[in-house]
Design a protein around this ligand. Structure first.
Ligand code: NOJ
Ligand code: CA
Length: 595
């Protein structure tokens, strides 16, 4: 201040001050202050923190040519519908050339579009349409493994001295058997004997998904080159498939019984994992303005800052599966979950991830059953209210929210009856390993899958009441449409001001107008309450109160001292207002107040 006052004495003094200020900035003083001024509650704001993400599973989104398979032209035709929600980023599940052993997560050519989905020109048109609507696109990066039909593997398996041999992980038999006891995520051993050379190759997923050898620098530089190929095209980042699995302990010790109970954890965090992700950041990511989100299978919450900490130069954020897997017990079997358990997860996230480690929040994706069927109540009575309640929660919790296609409509699980109703390779392999061997009864197997199968999320989008829900003009979609499409569909919801779609539109707007929901502190007001989830988000003097009744019954919430709900900003019920001291909520009612 004193320096500024002297500046009025004359030009010369002003110049002296300017020099002093510049020197100070150079030394970091004022520069650091200016930098700090850009922080919001300690967070450095960026577009990917402000983002609301919508995931598209292309096979099931919209078919444009009647072959029963969703495609890129179909997506382009629905961009207005997506933009209408107010979401800012689209995550596209794999669109690359693939023989589809695992629906595109087995890539044959990283620089080609899957024939069923269209052409590179269709991709360019789709991307331009996304940009024109001021949205961004992140694509799936699947580089832990390729398809066995990728030319690298076709070469690799030819002979032990092929130049591509070392692109994959090959081992000789041990005592005439597999090199160790590693199981595949899709049943059976993770090792497959290849008759041409008499050696085994490693595949953590399907036999047709051999794992790449990331210890080979040539593999890493090929991956970085293909990433640049797509970034130079204009995509805005990547969702990275099973990225914690890329580095293996290549001595391959046998897994212990404890490790066998959680192979995700056993396979993650290999000796060079951080080194390789940092190298990828240095070589590629740091050169672009991108969003990166790792599918962090096997990474604990405590380990998360090592991957997303802003000084680590690895990834922006990861998916932690504690919440979405709350309905799973041993052997991936369905279990009943409780609200205090869910709240405890979000409380742990708030405690472990500070302003330097950004988070994500989500309850669905293409690998999980439908959110409303798992975390809400998908009966006719409560489906609409509970779908809106989940939308309210996801858009007011900490972290970048991710929605999966159909969540906005409150789409539900499918009434699976028999093994033939499923498409998923995981389901088919486990059926052979568990049911056909007599370990599990067919009835139990199907009953469990009805609640847990990832095919629940993969049934086609429900666009309208015409045949096959308007997903395809063909006679047979690749996976059956949920018969409830006559009442749950986009055409009907766009017309209905009380629909889950229109509610999400309003909620997204509210989140985007309210920095406290993105950058504010989080406080759970009543952790043990089994029915009500009530929390505040606070940014400076701005405080917001969110109250959610996660039950099929009306419930009261006694406001803690110091919490005085002011204006009701949004609710999934009509005209509810605070009553002094106690809030009376209907079943599955959700309210957001400005405190
Ligand atoms: C995770 C993906 O989300 C899943 O769909 C896929 O089956 C596996 N990774 C293998 O790529
Ligand atoms: Ca098609």
């Amino acid at each position: 201040m004193a320096l500024l006052d002297t500046s009025i004495r004359g030009g010369l003094v002003k110049i002296r001050i300017a020099v002093v200020v510049c020197v100070a900035m150079l030394l970091g003083g004022v520069g650091a202050q200016a930098e700090d001024a850009k922080l919001i509650n300690g967070y450095r704001p960026t577009w990917w923190k402000d983002a609301v993400v919508y995931q598209i599973y292309p096979r099931s989104f919209k078919d444009s040519n009647g072959d029963g398979i969703g495609d890129l032209k179909g997506i382009t035709s629905k961009l207005d519908y997506i933009q209408g929600l107010g979401v800012t980023v689209i995550w596209l599940s794999p669109h690359y050339d693939s023989p589809n052993a695992d629906n595109g997560y087995d890539i044959r050519d990283y620089r080609k579009v899957m024939t069923e989905f269209g052409t590179m020109a269709d991709f360019d048109t789709m991307l331009a349409g996304i940009k024109k609507r001021h949205m961004r696109l992140i694509i799936d990066l699947v580089v832990n493994h390729t398809s066995d039909e990728h030319r690298w593997f076709v070469e690799s398996r030819k002979s032990k001295d092929n130049p591509y041999r070392d692109f994959y992980i090959w081992r000789s038999p041990k005592d005439g058997h597999e090199p160790n006891n590693d199981p595949s995520f899709f049943s059976g051993s993770a090792w497959q004997l290849d008759p041409t050379t008499g050696q085994y190759y490693l595949h953590y997923f399907a036999v047709k998904q051999p794992d790449l050898n990331w210890d080979n620098p040539k593999v890493r530089s090929e991956v970085y080159a293909l990433m640049k190929f797509w970034l130079d095209k204009g995509v805005d980042g990547f969702r990275m498939d099973v990225i914690p699995l890329i580095s293996k302990d290549q001595t391959f010790p046998n897994l212990t019984p404890e490790q066998l109970a959680n192979i995700g954890k056993a396979y993650a965090n290999g000796p060079h994992m951080h080194e390789y992700i940092q190298e990828m950041n240095r070589e590629v990511l740091s050169k672009y303005d991108v969003m990166t989100v790792g599918e962090a299978l096997g990474i604990s919450l405590e380990q998360t800052p090592l991957m997303v900490g802003d000084q680590r130069h690895e990834l922006n954020m990861i998916f932690n599966f504690d919440a979405i897997r709350l309905n799973r017990g041993a052997g991936n079997k369905w279990r009943a979950w409780t609200l205090p358990e869910l709240k405890a997860i979000y409380a742990r996230h708030a405690a472990e991830l500070d302003a330097h480690s950004w988070d994500t929040v989500f309850l669905s994706n293409h690998d999980s059953p439908r959110a409303v069927s798992t975390f809400g109540n998908d009966t006719d009575t409560y489906r609409v209210a509970s779908a809106k309640l989940l939308t309210t929660m996801l858009l007011t919790l900490r972290g970048t929210p991710f929605f999966y296609q159909g969540d906005e409509l409150g789409m539900t699980n499918y009434p699976f009856q028999k093994i033939g109703d499923f498409d998923d390779i995981e389901v088919k392999n486990a059926y052979k390993a568990q049911v056909l061997t007599g370990k599990v009864s067919e009835a139990d197997y199907i009953a469990n899958l009805r609640r847990t199968s990832r095919d629940n999320a993969r049934t086609p989008m429900q666009w309208d009441t015409t045949a096959n829900a308007g997903f395809t003009t063909g006679t047979k979609p690749w996976l059956a449409v949920n018969p409830n499409y006559t009442k749950i569909n986009a055409a009907q919801e766009l017309k209905d001001p009380d629909s889950p779609y229109i509610y999400m539109q309003k909620m997204v707007k509210l989140r985007q107008a309210t920095p406290a929901f993105v950058y504010g502190d989080y406080k759970d007001l009543d952790p043990p309450n089994p029915a009500i989830f009530a929390y505040t988000r606070t940014l400076g003097a701005d405080r917001y109160l969110v109250v959610l009744n996660f039950s099929d019954h009306p419930a009261d919430f006694v406001l803690p001292d110091g919490i005085t709900p002011g204006r009701l900003l949004i609710s999934n019920e009509d005209g509810t207002e605070p009553s002094a001291g106690t809030l009376h909520l209907n079943a599955w009612e959700a309210r957001v107040y400005r405190d």
